[in-house]
Design a protein around this ligand. Sequence first.
Ligand SMILES: [Zn+2]
Length: 408
Amino acid sequence: MEVMRAFLLAAGLGSGMGLNAQDAVIQEVIEAMHIDSMIRFVQEMSGEVAVDLGDGPVVINSRHSDHAGNALAQLYFERKLASFGHVTETRSFNATGRNVLATKTGSVHPDEIVVLCAHYDAMPPGGLYDAPAADDDGSGCAALLEAARVLRDIPFERTIIFALWDQEEQGKIGSIHYANGMAADDADIVAVVNMDAIAYDGNGDRKARVHARPVANSLAIADTVFAVLDRYAFDLDLMLTNPGAVYSDHASFWSAGYGAVLMIEEFNNDGNPNYHTPNDRVQYFDVPYYEQLAKLSVASMATLAVPFDPTTSAHGRLGAALVNNLLVYPNPTAGRSRFRLHVDQPAHYRSALLNALGQEVDVLLDAELPSGDQLIEMDLTRMAAGAYTVQVIGPDGDLRAIRVLRIP
Ligand SMILES: [Zn+2]
């Protein structure tokens, strides 16, 4: 982890830290997510205030699987996501269990899926008012809703699926059903960011954890979270837990062979004492801490989904003609690759490799080239798995770019 962070810093010093178009989108997402909005959602789903689900005001008390509030919550999430302009889908997986999903289709790679998720069911069972479950996991559900609100009109290269799981507390039943179904369909899930209990910081030390383990690209996803933490200067002390715990829905994706991480408050040494009690209420939140951890989680997911930038996307404004003059193969690559550049007139060319944050991580070429087809070797062996861009700047600032995928 430290190696990756030092590496990014060095790359930044070498190339300047100015915001590119993709960074600017992530910064915009961070600023557009409002803590007042998230707190309001938590109040609504944890019975602090009434909601109108189409039939007059109702109060969602317990969202426990056995209580009527569970179905009310499901309806609440469907209505909220629809009100933000998303097409929603509710999938039953047993007599009472239902996952609520919304899909935002990618502009360049619609088959590549990034999942942002949280669980909406609650503990403990008990009576009607026993499970407000504001932190576990109202906090994650509200961050997801706020992300869905803010991201609605922002195009991404990859497809984003917003997923709210049911029956996590009975053994991750909803997410296991979903992850196994996606694996059976051979769906290309490239990353999962699970938020479960992200609003409590009892001792005010700003510690939080990202849980990962060496399953698929999980550790590379955690690297992305740390890169985003540094890049946008979050006020958090983030720690990596590897191997990560399996007590929440991200583990359902590990079992299905997909890369996933859990974002969570420092539960190991500063756990919420109200966990699974009638006191798990919004009044015990550390509100500024919650804002930071929610925004870090969503900004990381958005970075993994890759904001669509027509100036660096092969399918964008630069068009097919330039792409024909710039060819990467093999692509995707597990390490060594090369690109072919067609040069019309002898001229000076500079080429750089950019990471998913748009930061220059390697200079591939800086030379006078003769005319004709040139083959330029590149080595991504030491790069973390993920999406990169090969950018070529020729005479008169002629910019060419093509995406290359580094696979584990
Ligand atoms: Zn939970």
